[in-house]
Design a protein. Structure first.
Length: 378
C-alpha cells in the first residue's frame, strides 16, 4: 500500500489535516488505534461558535449539546465569582460526534480511514503498523499527548474525567474550582452536557487523579457514572519543531493545546488545517519551505497568546491558597464585569490578567511576580 500522506491519529487535528490534503487531490490514509473515531473522549467539549466556523464546522444535531451562559469560579476558601459568558458564544459539543463529523468531511474529500490500526515504527518512507507496512511521502503524527511522554514529562499532568448523571449539574453553567493543595498546577471542573448529564474532572501535578476526583464527587452529592476517562494533559505549550524531515506533527502531539486549560479543539484543529494545506503545497512544489510554512502560520496566529498563557500558568502555579483567596477578595464587581465583557474565548489571557488583579490595585500579585508581569502585559 502506498499513499502520499499517512496520518497517525484520528482525532481533531489529524482529521482536519486529512480533510485538507484530500481536498487538494492527494491520497491520504488516517489510521486510528481505537475501535472507533471519537473514542475515547478525553475532551471537555467547550468551543466557541466562531472557532467552529473558522474550522469549517456547522455542528449537527448530534454534535451540539448546549450553550454556556455563565461560569462560576470558586476559591479555596469558598468565595465564588460568576462570569457572564454569553458574549463569548461558547457551546458544549459532543466530541465523539464532532470527530465523526470531521471524519465524514475528510472521507467525502477522498481520505481513507482505518480504525484499530496502530503506528508501531517509522522506517524512512514506510509506516510499520499493526495492519502491515504502508509507504508514504509525508507522515503526520497526530497521536496526542502520548507522543510527548518521552520528550518532556514536566509538561504532562494526570487527569480524570467522569461523565455522570447528577441533579446538581446546572444547565448552561461551567464550574471551576481552584485549590493549590488539592489540584496543584490546575483545577477541577464541571461542564454540563444535555439531558441532566455532565463532565466532571480534575487534573494536577503529582496527584492520584481518580482518588482526587472521587473525593470531589462524594462532596457534591448523589451521582451516577456513565463513563470514566483517564488521560494525561499537556500544559507546556508548543514543541520546538512541528516539522522533522518528512514527519509533520499536529495537535496535542505538537503541544498545540492551551497552556492554561489544556483545551485544544480550536488551536489543534487550526494546526491540522494549516499542516494539511502546507503538505498539499509541498507535494506539488517539493520545496521544504512550503512544508515548514505550517509552523510559521500557526505561530503567527497563536504564538503570542500561548506565550502569555504560559507565563500566566507559571504565575498561577506559584500561588498558594492564601494568595488565591486574597485575589478573589480583591476582585471588584467592576473587574468581574470587565472579565465578562471579554468576548474571545480562544484568546483569553486578558481575562486571566484581570482575575489576577494585575491591572488593578492588588499589590500582593505585583510583589510576587515582579518583572514577569511586564512580560505578560507586553
Amino acid at each position: 500500500m502506498s499513499y502520499d500522506v499517512v496520518v497517525a491519529g484520528g482525532s481533531v487535528a489529524g482529521l482536519f489535516c486529512a480533510r485538507e490534503v484530500a481536498v487538494s487531490g492527494h491520497s491520504v490514509l488516517v489510521i486510528e488505534e481505537d475501535f472507533e473515531i471519537g473514542t475515547p473522549e478525553h475532551c471537555g467539549g467547550l468551543v466557541s461558535t466562531s472557532g467552529l466556523e473558522e474550522l469549517g464546522i456547522i455542528p449537527s444535531g448530534k454534535t451540539f449539546d448546549s450553550p454556556i451562559v455563565r461560569a462560576e469560579v470558586s476559591a479555596p476558601g469558598g468565595k465564588k465569582i460568576t462570569i457572564d459568558a454569553k458574549k463569548q458564544n461558547i457551546s458544549v459539543i459532543n466530541r465523539r460526534e464532532l470527530d465523526k463529523q470531521i471524519a465524514r468531511q475528510a472521507q467525502k474529500n477522498g481520505a481513507e480511514i482505518r480504525v484499530k490500526t496502530s503506528l508501531k515504527e517509522i522506517r524512512e518512507n514506510k509506516a510499520i503498523t499493526t495492519s502491515g507496512e504502508i509507504d508514504f511521502k509525508i507522515l503526520v503524527d497526530a497521536r496526542g499527548v502520548s507522543a510527548l511522554a518521552q520528550k518532556d514529562r514536566t509538561g504532562i499532568l494526570q487527569s480524570a474525567q467522569y461523565e455522570i448523571y447528577a441533579d446538581w449539574i446546572e444547565k448552561g453553567k461551567v464550574e471551576v474550582f481552584l485549590d493549590a493543595e488539592k489540584y496543584p498546577g490546575f483545577f477541577s471542573w464541571i461542564i454540563p452536557s444535555c439531558g441532566g448529564t455532565g463532565k466532571v474532572g480534575v487534573a494536577g501535578r503529582g496527584i492520584n487523579a481518580m482518588q482526587t476526583l472521587e473525593r470531589f464527587l462524594d462532596q457534591k452529592g448523589k451521582y451516577s457514572i456513565i463513563r470514566k476517562v483517564f488521560a494525561p494533559i499537556w500544559v507546556n505549550g508548543p514543541i520546538e519543531n512541528f516539522v522533522s524531515g518528512n514527519t509533520v506533527i499536529v495537535g496535542d502531539a505538537a503541544g498545540q493545546s492551551k497552556p492554561t486549560t489544556a483545551g485544544g479543539i480550536y488551536s489543534c484543529g487550526i494546526g491540522g488545517i494549516y499542516a494539511g494545506r502546507a503538505i498539499s503545497k509541498f507535494l506539488e512544489t517539493k520545496k521544504q519551505d512550503d512544508l515548514e510554512s505550517y509552523q510559521k502560520a500557526w505561530i503567527e496566529k497563536f504564538g503570542k497568546e500561548f506565550e502569555r498563557q504560559s507565563f500566566a500558568r507559571k504565575m498561577l502555579e506559584r500561588l498558594d491558597n492564601k494568595s488565591i483567596d486574597a485575589i478573589f477578595d480583591a476582585l471588584t464587581p467592576e473587574m468581574i464585569a470587565d472579565i465578562s465583557n471579554n468576548d474571545d474565548f480562544d484568546f483569553h489571557t486578558s481575562a486571566i490578567i484581570k482575575m489576577l488583579g494585575l491591572k488593578g490595585s492588588l499589590k500582593v500579585a505585583q510583589t510576587m511576580f515582579g518583572a514577569e508581569i511586564r512580560k505578560l502585559l507586553g
